[in-house]
Design a protein around this ligand. Structure first.
Ligand code: ADP
Length: 303
């Protein structure tokens, strides 16, 4: 089993001819809502690959919460660890996108900000059966730290996707996770210099090892991924595809990485699985809807 602990959100998107300036009302052409939140996306990524997965998190008692919960269930995610909060709203992101694809986003974390003791005890109860744990930072950092603490004595592999990253993380966090998977922007924020490509990824990994990180995997977008275990380091080449929309590529990568490790694959192979899932995701529009199903995943993996 894979356990994904973190944020669950609904995106409310209005497409507009131009982004509104202060005080302006812009009439949009189209509205759609999309289920998201990094952890929810990762849970769906795992479920779509056909592997049992639990989501741990919190939604509001509003209609959005219902939509979010049903969506996870429909995808095949076990939601017994998702709490419905009676007192607050679900996490939402209000997004406007203009004709050029530029956007402005306002988020309200809502229920995600109240992820605490209840979720921690649900999480702890799942530890004996978990093979891989996926965590991210869309919930309070104190909760993430406590979850990591409780998972230390379990036999599972702990993966942390350090997103959204606000600033440097507390040093203790690095020793507490087995694998950390920043993208280039997150890696840059964690180390304090620009990470862009393999050479700087190598430098960033070295830096993160010094802070206590065990295995570092930096995803490099269209350039694949760089991995450093501290003993060896290597680049895992990307799968060449025509990218249409890169949203959720990292979530697909983390989901497939977790699935491969849960199935006993080597680290290098697991990163290849991540690259395959990421590549498939960027060939389609959307977030969860673009995450690959097992069939297309296995097909590309075999090539
Ligand atoms: P995030 O979505 O978190 O910003 P990345 O952009 O680094 O993360 O993408 C995650 C992974 O998805 C990459 O490591 C790579 O395997 C795959 N990927 C992303 N963009 C492309 C692309 N244009 N072509 C092929 N693979 C891609």
């Amino acid at each position: 089993t894979i356990v994904v602990f973190g944020s669950i959100n609904l995106d409310l998107v209005v497409e507009v001819p131009h982004l509104p300036v202060r005080g302006e009302t812009v009439v949009g052409n189209r509205f759609f809502s999309a289920t998201g939140g990094k952890a929810a996306n990762q849970a769906v990524a795992v479920a779509k690959l056909g592997v049992p997965v639990y989501s741990i998190g919190r939604v509001g008692s509003d209609n959005f919460g219902k939509v979010l919960l049903e969506n996870l269930q429909k995808a095949g995610v076990d939601t017994r660890g998702v709490t419905i909060d009676p007192d607050t709203h679900s996490g939402v992101a209000s997004i406007v996108i203009d004709e050029y694809g530029d956007n402005a986003i306002a988020c309200a974390a809502g229920a995600n900000n109240l992820v605490r003791e209840q979720e921690l005890s649900d999480f702890q109860a799942l530890l004996p059966q978990a093979k891989v744990i996926l965590m991210e930072l869309g919930i309070p950092l104190a909760t993430v730290m406590e979850a990591l603490k409780r998972a230390q004595d379990s036999n599972c592999t702990i993966i942390l996707d350090p997103a959204p990253v606000k600033s440097k993380l507390p040093d203790e966090i690095y020793q507490m996770v087995d694998i950390i998977t920043p993208n280039e922007i997150e890696a840059s924020q964690l180390v304090g210099f620009t990470v862009d490509g393999i050479t700087t990824a190598r430098q960033a990994a070295f830096f993160l090892h010094q802070m206590g990180a065990k295995t570092v995997i930096i995803t490099l977008g269209s350039q694949g991924a760089f991995c450093s275990t501290g003993e060896e380091s290597y680049w895992v080449r990307p799968i060449p595809v025509k990218a249409i929309d890169t949203v959720a590529a990292g979530d697909a990568f983390n989901g497939a990485l977790a699935v491969a490790l849960a199935e006993g694959k080597s680290l290098k192979e697991a990163i290849q699985w991540g690259n395959v899932a990421g590549a498939l995701t960027v060939t389609k529009r959307g977030a969860q809807s673009s995450l690959p199903h097992k069939e297309s995943f296995l097909q590309l993996l075999a090539q």
